[in-house]
Design a protein around this ligand. Structure first.
Ligand code: ASP
Ligand code: MG
Length: 409
């Protein structure tokens, strides 16, 4: 007998029919002899609807009231799901974040979980109940309702699994697992049976939207085995686990990409100590996050060109900051481009294999795709290319690294 935490996302509980289907899935797990704790999101679209309601009254709702409002979405689904379980003859009980006491800090709309009181949940499990917990919400020291940020129900589920020392945390969603890349871009994209935490963190931060990144960080920190599965079709999904538990590790696990980047260049700055910090400090002060950074020296070594990428939304601000900076540094010019995209190869196998980068660059050059920037880490190689070559580039790499084939070393 195992203890399983199951999380059902918004589409999985998007209608009362779906909620009844979820109740059946939970009962099937119980019939195998397992204890089940369930975390649910709001019905799909509901959180957005609540946000729109607030916005139709004021552009600046008080954060604490905003959280009281947003937390109602999940209160609807926990009660309906418990009713569905009762109707099917299954004992169950629902809990809001406050009722469990999922203690968070007071950072409204992006609170972090500090502690979870598991007493009531454990007592219910002992008496044979299914425990249904509202995702995405908690309560701070002062008793204020907080929310964890969009997609936060994943984090609730992982945190509960960690506290309860669950055997597995299953995230039910509308896709049947984690894929080598987005199947809408490459139709041969393959579902991965397993991927390790580090790879999943890279994939998630690079724009693969299957799981909230904070949930993966949490799972990795507390060693909670995570499984992503579809609530619509049967299957074993993708297991996300520590690296040493994944036996046949593929060289490359996947290709992540991000269309939302823009690049900026400040040309002809003095090649002297302190210049990079003089360029990036005002960018940081403007709260703009920088991703890739490159510096090239001019032929005579006396000047340098400095290029970096930011999120598209920050492009205009970053450009203005850089123009100011150009004046004070006596730089030649500031240029920028929003029509770029980043493609990244991810795989822990890279650590022990030479030549991945050169194979990647060859595959792109065979398609005449120009690489504008490159950055690497231990398990990732990223390139920036013209946005119009994004799909072509991803497809070329997917083929070059045989990602459509089942995992072989
Ligand atoms: N309902 C919240 C959202 O839409 C939390 C979640 O679904 O994970 O972001
Ligand atoms: Mg989600």
């Amino acid at each position: 007998m195992a203890l399983i935490v199951q999380k059902y996302g918004g589409t999985s509980v998007g209608s009362t029919e779906r909620i009844i289907a979820v109740a059946e899935k939970i009962m099937a797990t119980r019939a195998q002899g397992h204890d089940v704790v369930v975390v649910v999101s709001a019905m799909s679209g509901d959180t957005n609807r609540l946000i729109d309601l607030a916005k139709s009254i004021t552009d600046r709702p008080k954060d604490c009231e905003f959280d009281v409002l947003l937390a109602t979405g999940e209160q609807v689904t926990i009660s309906l799901l418990s009713m569905a379980l009762h109707s099917a003859g299954c004992p169950a009980r629902s809990y809001t974040g406050t009722q469990v006491r999922i203690l968070t800090d007071s950072a409204h709309t992006k609170a972090r979980i500090l502690d979870i009181d598991d007493k009531a949940i454990r007592a219910d499990l002992t008496t044979g109940k299914v425990v249904v917990v509202a995702g995405f919400q908690g309560v701070d020291e002062q008793g204020n309702i907080t929310t964890l940020g969009r997609g936060g129900s994943d984090t609730t589920a992982v945190a509960l699994a960690a506290v309860l020392k669950a055997d597995e945390c299953q995230i039910y969603t509308d896709v049947d697992g984690v894929y080598t890349t987005d199947p809408r871009v490459v139709s041969e994209a393959r579902r991965l049976d397993k991927i390790c935490f580090e790879e999943m963190l890279e994939m998630a931060s690079l724009g693969s939207k299957v799981l909230q990144i904070r949930a993966v960080e949490f799972a990795s920190k507390y060693n909670v085995p995570l499984r992503v599965l579809s609530s619509f079709v049967e299957g074993t999904g993708t297991l996300i686990a520590p690296e040493d538990e994944i036996m046949e590790q593929a060289l490359i696990s996947g290709i992540a990409f991000n269309r939302d980047e823009a690049k900026l260049t400040i040309l002809g700055v003095p090649n002297e100590p302190g210049i990079a910090s003089q360029i990036l400090a005002p960018i940081a002060d403007a709260n703009i996050e920088v991703d890739m950074i490159i510096q090239n020296l001019g032929a005579d070594n006396s000047t340098a060109d400095f290029t970096f990428t930011v999120h598209n939304n920050d492009y205009k601000n970053a450009f203005a900051v850089l123009e100011n900076c150009a004046k004070s540094l006596n730089a030649k010019d500031v240029t920028g481009d929003t029509r770029i995209a980043k493609i990244s190869l991810v795989g822990v196998g890279m650590r022990s294999h030479a030549g991945i980068a050169s194979s990647m660059f060859t595959a792109l050059s065979d398609e005449s795709i120009n690489i504008q920037m490159i950055s690497t880490s231990e398990i990732k190689i990223s390139v920036v290319v013209d946005e119009k070559y994004l799909e072509l580039g991803i497809r070329a790499l997917h083929t070059a690294f045989n990602l459509e084939k089942t995992e072989v070393k």
